[in-house]
Design a protein around this ligand. Structure first.
Ligand code: NZQ
Ligand code: ZN
Length: 382
């Protein structure tokens, strides 16, 4: 193990915590509140944010779409520049928070913000941001990552920078009450795959990272199996905190990481508008079967420690089957059906996009070349 680890995001967890933003942003700061398509207007979150900021000077930018686009966020970047915004509060799920991260950095840059995604601009400065989380899934509220889409070219690319990590995150599980079930399930699946991307790699005997990853996976399994009882405070609290811990840097510190499922999944979202979490459930079972030999040791460990299986000759395949069955039990499809073209054309299109994005050797050991991706997609595309 060899790593540097800090998570500087202050977490304000629990019901009623939105009011605390009043004291967490200096009153002299001019605030931009960013939010999505309006769910926060219906569930009282907008009102709580307005009340908390009643003594601040603030403006708003609304309508951030799921899988936020650089084209749309350009308007928010201009607004920040024109209005000299000092602080951004993102109120929403991963899309709004990721969008705010992009705006925060691009507003401090004279060139085209997309340069950040292309690696042509190294972020030097960003407007400070905070998050009021309304959908537990991505972990974006306390990490430095962001995923932005360029709609015109169907590019969905990630960037990471410590300057865009939220200074604080309000996590009030009460706000989850209005989540459509589809989004709640998406959150469970996304968090699950985040743990897998950092855990199902090579066995390195990292007792803290492995042990904590297994705890998070077991939590998600329990919450999924108890899904019928999701309308209660404890269920919501546990999902919100588990999803946060799944991608806040802790279990990934010093661990070999994969992320191939995510990189292939991003192309499915960019090409066919598949929900982020659903893109992962489509790719991952096939990817794990393809990479079973490379991941044998960790798949066995997961089978025993997460699913409670005994050692057997079929432990690896039983574990992958159990992961797939978990998605199916949540009514999440495990095959791509959203493509309107033939299967062969869809596979070509996905592989071409990956090649264009330089995703030509994915996974913890760069074993997932474009040819391997083709084999994975043969099983994943219906
Ligand atoms: O826009 P509104 O009206 O708010 O509705 C949203 C949206 O339609 C709705 N919603 C959110 N909170 C709600 C609610 N509806 C009712 N009540 C509430 N409390 O949910 C819909 C989906 O929201 P979105 O933010 O798109 O979902 P999610 O949090 O799953 O974010 C997905 C995005 O995050 C990226 C994904 O690629 C995708 O673009 N990711 C970001 C990561 C990161 N920054 O670390 C990592 C992830 O792997 C992921 O790639
Ligand atoms: Zn994800």
């Amino acid at each position: 193990m060899h790593f540097s680890y800090v998570n500087p995001t202050k977490i304000q967890f629990g019901q009623g915590q939105i009011s605390s933003i009043k004291d967490l942003i200096p009153q002299s700061e001019k605030v931009l509140v960013m939010y999505g398509g309006g769910s926060i207007k219906k569930n009282g979150v907008y009102q709580q944010v307005s009340d908390a900021l009643s003594e601040h000077q603030w403006i708003e930018f609304s309508g951030v779409e799921p899988n936020p686009t650089a084209e749309q966020l350009q308007q928010a970047i201009l607004l920040c520049k024109e209005e000299n915004v000092d602080f951004i509060v993102a109120v929403g799920g991963g899309s709004v928070i990721d969008g705010a991260k992009y705006v925060a950095a691009a507003a401090c840059y004279d060139g085209d913000g997309w340069d950040i995604l292309l690696g042509k601009h190294a972020i030097q400065k960003a407007i400070p941001i905070a998050a009021v989380l309304t959908l537990p899934a991505t972990g974006s509220e306390s990490n430095s990552g962001s995923v932005i889409t360029k709609a015109s070219t169907k590019d969905k690319l990630p960037f990471m920078h410590p300057l865009v990590q939220p200074q604080f995150a309000v996590m009030d599980p009460g706000v989850m009450k209005t989540l459509p079930e589809r989004q709640l399930v998406n959150g469970l699946v996304d968090a699950w795959v985040h743990v897998c991307e950092q855990y199902l790699t090579t066995a390195a005997g990292n007792m803290v990272q492995d042990g904590y990853a297994e705890t998070l996976l077991k939590n998600l399994l329990v919450l999924g199996r108890d899904y019928a009882n999701h309308d209660n405070d404890q269920w919501r609290e546990n999902l919100m905190w588990t999803a946060n811990q799944a991608l806040n840097g802790l279990i990934g510190a010093g661990a070999t990481q994969d992320w191939a499922t995510h990189m292939i999944g991003h192309e499915l979202t960019a090409l066919y508008h598949v929900d982020h979490a659903r893109s992962l459930a489509i790719v991952q079972p096939s990817l794990l079967r393809n990479q079973a030999l490379n991941k044998e040791s960790k798949l066995k460990q997961m089978g025993k420690n997460v699913f409670g299986f005994a050692d057997s000759d079929t432990l690896v395949s039983d574990t992958i089957d159990a992961i797939e069955a978990f998605y199916i039990s949540l009514s999440v499809p495990v095959k791509l059906t959203e493509h309107s073209s033939t299967k062969a054309q869809a596979i070509d299109d996905i592989v071409n996009q990956l090649e264009k994005h330089g995703m030509v050797a994915l996974g913890e050991s760069q074993a997932i070349t474009l040819d391997v991706t083709r084999k994975i997609l043969e099983e994943a595309v219906a």
